[in-house]
Every structure is written in structure tokens, then in C-alpha cells.
Design a protein around this ligand. Structure first.
Ligand SMILES: [Zn+2]
Ligand SMILES: [Zn+2]
Length: 134
């Protein structure tokens, strides 16, 4: 069993049990080329929490990627997308970027990338260095 990096930030959800697929459909998070889906529960929990805190619609550009799709997308060989630990959320502008990054940091998303410009990469991959923003 993998364990997440220790997180001493705020507890991200204390409300009643959620319908966890209310905010994302499996299809949205599945591989764009073959429809396979692997999503790590600790990451998914954080993604849902991030969406709730942000309070804006999340459009998933990329969720799970199989090996072939990751290669075609030019993703790194150790991409967290291939292991169900990452999702890219499209942003409409700078305010969306701020809202999503702010929410992500508050719910234990441990790696955030905004270099893509038009999307925010969110990950909680325990294999990688945590608390990184690039
Ligand atoms: Zn695929
Ligand atoms: Zn990504």
C-alpha cells in the first residue's frame, strides 16, 4: 500500500458523505485513447475536495493516461497520469488559475503545475517530491 506524504494542512472535508462521482464522471477521467481508467482514491478524494473548495466547474483536459497515450501526449516517462495520481484541469483565465491553485493547496494536492498556461496539473503522487509548484 502506498502512503501519501504527510500533510498537516487543513482537513479538507468534514461534511456528510458525498456522492463522489457527482463532480466527475468516470469518462471524464478515463484515458482519451482507450477509455481505461485508473484513479487512486487518495488523489480522487483530494480532487473532489479541490472542486468543492474552488466552487467553479472543473473541465478535465487529461486524467488517466495509458502508456501509449502518455507517449503520444509527450508526457514524462514517470508521469503521474499513468498511475492515476494526476489530472489536468482546463482554465479559462488567470482568475480560474488562482482559484484552483488556492483550493488545491488547501486540500492536500501536493504537486501543482501551472507552466502549461491553459491548464493546471494537479497531483498527489506519493512517489514524487511533495509540496511543489511549478
Ligand atoms: Zn489509452
Ligand atoms: Zn498533468
Amino acid at each position: 500500500m502506498t502512503s501519501l506524504p504527510q500533510w498537516d494542512g487543513p482537513i479538507y472535508w468534514q461534511g456528510p458523505e458525498l456522492d463522489m462521482w457527482k463532480f466527475f464522471t468516470p469518462k471524464e477521467l478515463a484515458c482519451r485513447c482507450c477509455g481505461k481508467l485508473l484513479i487512486q482514491e487518495p488523489f480522487y478524494d483530494r480532487l473532489v475536495a479541490c472542486r468543492i473548495v474552488a466552487g467553479i466547474p472543473f473541465i478535465v483536459n487529461s486524467g488517466f493516461r495509458c502508456l501509449v497515450h502518455n507517449m503520444n501526449e509527450g508526457g514524462s516517462k514517470s508521469s503521474s497520469h499513468m498511475f492515476g495520481w494526476a489530472a489536468d484541469i482546463a482554465i479559462g483565465g488567470s482568475r480560474d488559475r488562482y482559484i484552483i491553485v488556492n483550493a488545491a493547496m488547501s486540500v492536500g494536492i501536493t504537486t501543482i503545475e501551472v507552466l502549461g498556461g491553459s491548464w493546471v496539473h494537479l497531483s498527489a503522487d506519493p512517489r514524487k517530491d511533495s509540496r511543489i509548484l511549478f
